[in-house]
Design a protein around this ligand. Structure first.
Ligand SMILES: Cc1cc2nc3c(=O)[nH]c(=O)nc-3n(C[C@H](O)[C@H](O)[C@H](O)COP(=O)(O)O)c2cc1C
Ligand SMILES: C=C(O[C@@H]1CC(C(=O)O)=C[C@@H](OP(=O)(O)O)[C@H]1O)C(=O)O
Length: 390
């Protein structure tokens, strides 16, 4: 299974094409739109989110509510496009017209793709870089992830996300017991945090950063329950599922680190305090007494919940601007700002959920390959029985 995305931040629309989905998966627009709405929420976002109401239009691959086995194309309109039709138009302009309408960017923003992308592609108008490097693209990644989540649901696999930390405020998650509970509690918080006390403190931290003309980042966690043991592989570097998930998290704009289970804390512990002891019972088959490794050994799932976290750096566009250089004059300047998020960690958690769900669904489709959803479900259930008695 694979997907591509296309679209600029202020262009007419974003598109994703998903290929390799089994036929017969029940899929309605609402299954996708509910996740698009979740991504738009979150304390700390800027004015752009008040303009957009993200909704997926199903363009192909689905008929009467079921996938056909052919490519699924999904489109999300940019409502902001109407303010940018001339600036972002595809037709060529005369030089005079171009000067007038292009909103040329010659001042690269520190922390963005502007300067490196300009150098790489030879774009002296760095709008040609920022339009595609913008996290607006994560809208359709969430759409693709929503389709993956629908497939996982059919297999009894549940995915959730929550915000673990914002601006140094950490959530207490000691009393979390299930994906269901994470979902319920995180959805009730404006910062997608399961700890109500920490939620309030996170909001205060966002307010303070905003007041100072600054931004803050944080840590998000994705938890997936119900994946059988042995998904992924140890035989080759590019078949390790934990590595694919890590790459997917790192591919989200502004993400700078990934950890599984106990994560970087492992560096401080003895092996006896890190590895998870193995147990077996008639009812559950093989389990682990703890889940400190976060559901992976040897690039394969252990059957325990997958627990992965990613760290998001503070948003680079600051109202208290940083210094940069104008590429035309080579003179220093401090950037001027129109609008930006001050914290997008709650939104990014939904993106992380989507990209991890995608990797798990793609690994299952690869391993239990079938063109039909009913056969696919049978194969996985047979495998579950086999693994239990192994
Ligand atoms: C959901 C989301 C919203 C974002 N919103 C903004 C924003 O409003 N302003 C901004 O400067 N960066 C924003 N970013 C971060 C930039 O897109 C990102 O830092 C930039 O593309 C450079 O990529 P890198 O940080 O991965 O190196 C956002 C990221 C995410 C995931
Ligand atoms: C549009 C989204 O996020 C955008 C991501 C983004 C960036 O630089 O990454 C910059 C801002 O865009 P704009 O300059 O148009 O306000 C955010 O609003 C979105 O999440 O849907």
């Amino acid at each position: 299974m694979r997907y591509l995305t296309a679209g600029e931040s202020h262009g007419p629309q974003l598109t994703t094409i998903i290929e390799g989905l089994p036929a017969g998966l029940l899929l309605a627009s609402e299954d996708i739109n509910k996740h698009l709405t979740r991504r738009q929420k979150g304390y700390g976002r800027g004015r752009r989110m008040q303009i957009e109401t993200d909704q997926a239009q199903i363009q192909s691959g689905i008929r009467h509510g079921k996938t056909l086995g052919s490519p699924v194309a999904l489109v999300v309109e940019n409502k902001d496009w109407k303010h940018w039709t001339k600036i972002m138009g595809a037709e060529s302009l005369s030089e005079d017209e171009a000067e007038e309408v292009k909103r040329k960017v010659t001042r690269p923003r520190p922390g963005h793709a502007d300067l490196n992308g300009g150098i790489k592609y030879g774009h002296r108008d760095m709008r040609n870089v920022l339009e595609r490097s913008s996290a607006r693209e994560t809208t359709v990644r969430v759409a693709a992830g929503a389709v993956a989540q629908k497939l996982l649901e059919e297999l009894g696999i549940n995915v959730s996300c929550h915000v673990k930390e914002i601006g140094g405020v950490r959530a207490n998650t000691d009393d979390l017991h299930s994906v269901e509970e994470i979902r319920r509690r995180a959805e009730n918080s404006e910062v997608r945090c399961v700890d109500p006390e920490a939620s309030e403190k996170m909001k205060e931290a966002i307010d303070l950063a905003k007041k100072k003309g600054d931004t803050i980042g944080g840590v998000v966690e994705v938890v997936i329950e119900g994946v059988p043991a042995g998904v992924g592989s140890y035989v080759h570097y590019d078949r390790k599922l934990d590595a694919k998930i890590a790459a997917a998290i790192m591919s989200i704009n502004a993400f700078k680190g990934v950890e599984f289970g106990m994560g970087f804390e492992m560096a401080k512990r003895f092996g006896s305090q890190v590895h998870d002891e193995i147990a077996w019972s008639e009812e559950s088959g093989y389990t682990r007494k703890t889940n400190r490794l976060g559901g992976f050994e040897g690039g394969m799932t252990t059957g325990m919940p997958i627990v992965v976290r990613g760290v998001m750096k503070p948003i680079p566009t600051l109202y208290k601007p940083l210094e940069s250089v104008d590429i035309e004059t080579k003179q220093p300047f401090t950037a001027s700002i129109e609008r930006s998020d001050s914290c997008a960690v709650p939104a990014a958690a939904v993106v992380a959920e989507a990209v991890v769900a995608w990797e798990v669904a793609a690994a299952l489709v690869e391993q239990f390959e079938s063109d039909r959803m009913d056969h696919f479900i049978h194969r996985i259930n047979d495998y579950r029985d086999y693994a239990k008695g192994f």
